[in-house]
Design a protein around this ligand. Sequence first.
Ligand SMILES: C[S@@+](CC[C@H](N)C(=O)[O-])C[C@H]1O[C@@H](n2cnc3c(N)ncnc32)[C@H](O)[C@@H]1O
Ligand code: SF4
Length: 454
Amino acid sequence: MLDFPEKIYDKILSLAIKHNFISHCREYPFFTLEQKLIPASAVRRISDGNFKKQNFSCGLYIHFPFCKSRCAFCKYYAENCFSPKIIDEYLWALNREIELYGIDFSDIILSNIYFGGGTPTLFSPNQIERLKNIIYKFFRFDEKTQISVEGTPESINSDNLKEWRELGINRISLGCQSFNDDILKRVGRRHSVKTVFEAFDVIRKIGIKYTGIDVIFGLSGETLKTYENTVQSAIKLSPDFIECFLFTPGGRTKMKRFHPIGSDLDSVIRFFKESLTANGYRLYFSGNFLGFVKKSVIGTKAMNQNTEEVYNQRASCMGLGPSSISQFPQIRYRTASSVADYIKRIKKGLLPLHYGVFAKSDDLKRQYVISRIGYYRNLPKKDYFNLFNVPIEHDFLRELQYLKRTGIVSETKNNFIWHFNESEMGHRDFFLHVLRYWYAPRYIRKIAKQFEIS
Ligand SMILES: C[S@@+](CC[C@H](N)C(=O)[O-])C[C@H]1O[C@@H](n2cnc3c(N)ncnc32)[C@H](O)[C@@H]1O
Ligand code: SF4
C-alpha cells in the first residue's frame, strides 16, 4: 500500500491479466509469479508427514485436461483434443504419479474428491473403471466423502454415468453457462439449452445424489433479458446447487473482455441473488463465484467442499494430473503445465512438479487475511488470535487504520468488515486491493524485479 507508487500496482495488474494470473488473486503468495522449482524430496517429506498425522483432513483434486473443443471464455488448462490413446496414456501417468510420491495415503479418509477439468465426463466406461481402480488402490474414503465430477451436458449418457456412480460419485456439476442458445453458440459450446434438460433427465434416472450447474456472467451478448431467461430456466431445472461465476479474462481465454451490461455488473449480481433466494435457494458463498444451494437440501454435502475447505486456507488438498495445485499448510505447488511435459517427466521417473512456494509465518497470516476478505468479506478477531497467537492489530495496525479511514473497512467488537461492492469481488479491483494492502513489500519488489517493472 502506502509503500509503492500507484503505477507499480497498475503495471503488475496488467501483467497479471496478460498472464492469466488474476484468477489466483486469493492465493498468497502470488505463487504463479514466483516460478520457482521446489525439490521433489521436500514435497515428498511434507506430504508424508501430513498423511501420517492423526486427524489430518485432506481433499483430492484430479485434473482431467481434455475437451472436445475450446470455449471462448475458458481460463482452464485443457488440451483441445480427444483420443482414447491419449486418455489411456494419461491414466497410466496418473497411476505412476501417485506411485512416485512413494508414500502411504491410506492412513486417512479423504474429506472430498473432485474430478475436474477439462471435461472428465468424456471418459468412456472402460476408462472410468481404470480410474476407479487407481483411486481405490491408493486412497481411502467413505460414505461421508463428497465425490464430485464436472461435465458438459452433451457428454452425459447413462453408460458413462452408471460407471461414475460405481466409482462413488455423489455430486455432479454440469457446465450450462447460459440458458440462451445464441449465447451458447457464440462462445463455442457444443450443447443447447435442450441438451441440458435431457442430461438432467439422465442424471436423475441414474440417481446421482446431488446435482448442480455452473453459469457465468459477463459474456458478450448477454443482456438483462438473457440473464432473466437463465435464472428462470435454472429454477425450472431445479438443481441442488447453482454456481455462478464472474467471467475472468486472461491469457488462456479467447474472449479478452468482460462484458457486463453497460457497466452495471452489480445489478446483475443482485438480480441473481434476489431471484434465486426468492425461489427456493440459499446463498452459501459469495466470493469469486456465487454459490447457491436449495433450501430443502439439508446439511452441507451439496456445497462445493473444495471451495469451503481449501479456499478458507485451513485445509489441505492434494492435486494430481497436469496443471493441478496441491496445498498443504507448509507448501503450495503446481504440477507440470502441459500433458506432454507431465507424461515426459513421469516417464523419466520424476514427480511432475512445476513450481511452488514454501509458506513462512508471515505468509500464512497474509494468506489468511486475503482469503477471509476474498471469500467472506469479514475477519473475526478471535479466529486470527486463535490461529496466530497475536491480535491482528499487532501485525497489521497500519493497514487496518488506513482502510478504516478510507471507509473500506469498519470495525465492530468482534470483527473487521470489508465494504466492497459486488464487482470488486472477482476482478481487477479485488486483485488491486490485495496487492496494495496485503502483499508483503518484499514480494512486490520481487515481482517488479523479475518483470523489470519500475
Ligand atoms: C473447469 S470449468 C468447466 C467444466 C466443464 N468442462 C464445462 O465446460 O462445463 C468449470 C467452470 O468454470 C467456469 N469458468 C471457465 N472459465 C472461466 C473464466 N474465464 N472466468 C470465470 N469462470 C470460468 C465455467 O462456468 C465452467 O463451467
Ligand atoms: S469450459 Fe469446459 S468444455 Fe469449455 S474449454 Fe473449458 S473446460 Fe473445456
